[in-house]
Write a protein that binds this ligand. Structure first.
Ligand code: NAP
Length: 326
């Protein structure tokens, strides 16, 4: 696998997204030449990508996950593919799109594909007892995902993020990716992040997970005092790159840094930024579960303190103007 500092070509799908853009920034800083896929090249929402340095090492390709040829054009010639793009509208692009990315990667003979899955592919399973330490051996139950209602929550977008078709599609896409790897010999590593916070690079729209933090800052009457698992987008980008650069990386990796109750999270924010509105009341929820990222840590992964993630998130929202309106 690659070691940092020389110009290997790699492809990042959905380069304009929250996670993917942070990864593109990291890759460019490490000397990689990046092929980034976007659906609407020329759209001003990608302008921020063109400002990342060194800008001559980033090339944007028009590609849709459902269009094999467009993906192949972006992937051919690359040593690695980081498959980050995921639609929030329907299941098909998540599953079929992943298959397209894997087939194109196999045809283009890439060394390794790193697929960004989700904790949603891990813990949605009624068989998981409270005592069970959630690790890479755990899978969400696809039938259960399909049958159950999404978690009621406090933003429409978060509702979308947590609706169970999302759990279903991430579970299906990740398991198909690992099966594809077994069948074909293509090296595939998957990363399952929890709620991703941290600085946004875009200034047009906030992604679903940033909206969760924004909602806390803008306040609301009442909230469930749920357990939150949180990872910083920059630490996740490190994990994704490690999954490529470390030859010993294999299979899946849970990627979580902090476990905290919502009310405690709000109190941390209030200490750092006393002047925002913040939620007023909480209803208790008995949803405690233990989660382990030990496998990733044993690859050498480290994460930053939560306070740093919160401050850098809020400062980036201010800069993007996300905190200006309700
Ligand atoms: N955010 C979280 O808390 C969280 C937690 C766990 C896992 N994840 C996973 O992390 C990944 C990135 O999430 P994110 O928060 O960075 O999402 P995001 O900011 O909404 O970005 C999603 C990206 O997917 C692209 N996309 C959507 N449909 C596509 C299609 N049909 N063809 C090609 N590209 C398509 C979008 O491209 P355009 O720019 O062209 O619209 C966008 O760049 C996803 O796989 C998500 O499931 C996220």
């Amino acid at each position: 696998m690659a070691s940092a500092g020389f110009c290997k070509k790699v492809c990042v799908t959905g380069a304009g997204g929250f996670v993917a853009s942070s990864l593109v920034k990291l890759l460019l800083s490490k000397g990689y030449f990046v092929h980034g896929t976007v659906r609407q090249p020329g759209n001003e929402k990608y302008d921020f990508l063109l400002k990342l340095e060194p800008s001559e090492n980033l090339k944007l390709f028009k590609a849709d996950l459902l269009n094999y040829e467009s993906l192949y054009s972006a992937i051919v010639g690359c040593s690695a593919v980081f498959h980050v793009a995921s639609p929030v509208e329907v299941v098909e692009p998540a599953v079929k799109g992943t298959t397209n990315v894997l087939k194109a990667s196999l045809e283009a003979k890439v060394e390794r594909v790193v697929f960004v899955s989700s904790i949603s592919a891990v813990f949605m399973n009624p068989q998981l007892s409270k005592e069970k330490l959630i690790d890479e051996s755990c899978w969400s139950d696809k039938e259960y995902c399909k049958k159950t209602e999404g978690h009621a929550s406090f933003t429409r977008i978060f509702l979308l993020l947590m609706q169970n078709w999302y759990c279903y599609s991430k579970t299906e896409a990740e398991s198909q990716a690992l099966d594809f790897a077994k069948r074909t010999g293509l090296a595939v590593v998957t990363i399952c992040p929890t709620l991703i916070l941290g600085p946004v690079l875009q200034s047009t729209v906030a992604n679903a997970s940033s909206l969760i933090l924004l909602k806390l800052l803008k306040g609301c009457e009442s909230l469930e005092n749920k357990q939150r698992w949180i990872v910083d987008v920059r630490d996740l980008a490190d994990a994704i790159l490690m999954a490529y650069e470390k030859p010993e990386a294999e299979g899946r990796y849970l990627c979580n840094a902090h476990s905290i109750k919502t009310q405690e999270l709000v109190e941390k924010l209030r200490t750092l930024y006393p002047n925002y509105s913040y939620p007023k009341n909480y209803t208790e929820v008995d949803d405690y579960k233990r989660l382990s990222s030990e496998k990733l840590q044993s690859l050498g992964w480290r994460y930053r303190p939560l306070e740093e993630t919160l401050v850098d998130s809020v400062e980036s929202y201010k800069e993007a103007g996300f905190l200006e309106s309700k």
